[in-house]
Design a binder for this molecule. Structure first.
Ligand code: NAD
Length: 381
């Protein structure tokens, strides 16, 4: 089959769905690879790099869509992109079907198969295709780099001839994939790291990465906030109050706060309130990775860097993965080529869209003139 990557239409998006390196793997599966001219330029891959990898470079999106069987993208497709596709073609990209019902209908109408990389089931076998995790890992790392770039001091403690420097104190709120990456990056830069999560089972992971678990002296702690499937549920008002009380104690002591708390299908919980920001020292930095979902910090403005009156920097960027376009494209490109390997079991360039396969079924949101989202629960845990 023929697979082709489009240039992302959203301004500032640096990622690309197929890299010269992932193209090689796709070719080993028996596929011919195409790319829109300039698709990789913002991630550092020139048209020439693709040509050297035996990829056919075409002039524009219409030409790629016209030439291929599988269209690969990073961002949620625009309505117009799907409308250019023809019956029987496959689209593989982030899709967020819960938020994009109308787009699902367009895919159904058009008779295309839409594979949502954000819907890959989070089971062990599918980890290599888990684009949410690969992008969250990058976002967690990058949040620390952005914090360091905005913090006028060392992260590590130092004893120098010119004076003694204490280590920066960093609080990470939410210890999922992004939070754990932020903890790892912060400790490796020498900061003193504290972390909190409503799911008590992550305490061990937090501690094994060299951070201190912020313990909440609250009776229901063992169960409250932890839902099924490893995700968080909304906290009870009492739990939330206890959490905010603890954060109020910590606010004046922390130099950097990185928030990553999310609850599936809801707006991000507001956990770092205005008074906490006001209690922080001038020069402190907050990086809010939940900005796209409304933010964990009350004063976050999505896509902005805000400096408060008391000199606290609040970063609400929503494009952390794209800010590391080369790395993010490599990992996303790998997620896609692993998914393509599942779709091409015989490595003969023939796609077998096996809806009995949990991973393929879980990620397929439109197929054969039907909306196939939400999927049934996967059989393998
Ligand atoms: P996420 O992005 O949905 O949420 C980030 C974190 O915020 C979570 O750890 C959550 O508990 C926490 N949180 C929510 N409300 C909070 C609050 N009020 N205060 C503090 N923290 C709060 O999480 P994620 O990174 O997508 O990970 C979710 C789960 O999925 C985890 O259990 C993870 O281990 C699991 N997972 C499994 C796989 C796999 O098996 N392939 C891959 C990735 C993640």
């Amino acid at each position: 089959m023929k697979i082709g990557a489009l240039k992302e239409v959203i301004e500032g998006e640096a990622r690309v769905a197929v890299t010269p390196s992932s193209a090689g793997h796709l070719q080993k599966l028996g596929h011919d690879v195409f790319v829109e001219s300039g698709a990789g330029s913002r991630a550092g891959f020139s048209d020439e790099d693709y040509r050297k990898a035996n990829v056919t470079v075409l002039g524009n999106a219409s030409e790629v869509i016209g030439a291929v069987d599988v269209v690969a993208k990073v961002r949620v497709p625009e309505d117009g992109e799907i409308k250019q596709m023809r019956e029987g073609q496959t689209l593989i990209s982030f899709f967020y079907p819960a938020q994009n019902g109308e787009l699902l209908e367009v895919a159904k109408e058009q008779g295309i198969t839409a594979i949502a990389m954000d819907m890959v089931p989070r089971i062990s076998r599918a980890q290599k295709m888990d684009a949410l995790s690969s992008m969250a890992n990058i976002a967690g790392y990058r949040s620390v780099i952005e914090a360091a770039n905005n913090f006028g001091r060392f992260f590590t403690g130092q004893v120098t001839a010119a004076g003694k420097v204490p280590p920066a104190k960093i609080l990470v709120v939410g210890a999922g994939v992004a939070g754990l990456a932020a903890i790892g990056t912060s400790t490796s830069l020498g900061a003193q790291v504290y972390a909190f999560d409503v799911r008590p089972e992550v305490a061990e992971q937090i501690e094994s990465m060299g951070a201190e678990f912020v313990f909440l002296d609250f009776e229901e702690k063992a169960t409250d906030g932890a839902a099924t499937g490893g995700y968080a549920a909304p906290s009870s008002p009492e739990f939330r109050e206890a959490q905010l009380k603890k954060f109020r104690e910590l606010a004046p002591q922390m130099d950097v706060v990185i928030t990553t708390a999310l609850i599936p299908g809801r707006d991000a919980p507001v956990l770092w309130t205005k008074d906490m920001v006001e209690a922080m020292k001038p020069g402190s930095v907050i990086v809010d990775l939940a900005a796209e979902k409304g933010g964990n910090c009350e004063l976050t403005v999505a896509d902005e860097r805000v400096v408060t009156e008391n000199g606290v920097v609040i970063i609400g960027y929503t494009d952390f993965a794209s800010r590391m376009g080369a790395q993010a494209s490599e990992l996303y490109g790998n997620n896609i080529r692993h998914f393509m390997a599942d779709l091409t079991p015989k490595k003969d360039g023939v796609i077998d869209h096996n809806m009995d396969d949990d991973v393929i079924r879980g990620a397929t949101v439109a197929h054969d003139h039907d909306v196939t989202w939400p999927p049934p629960k996967p059989k393998v845990a």
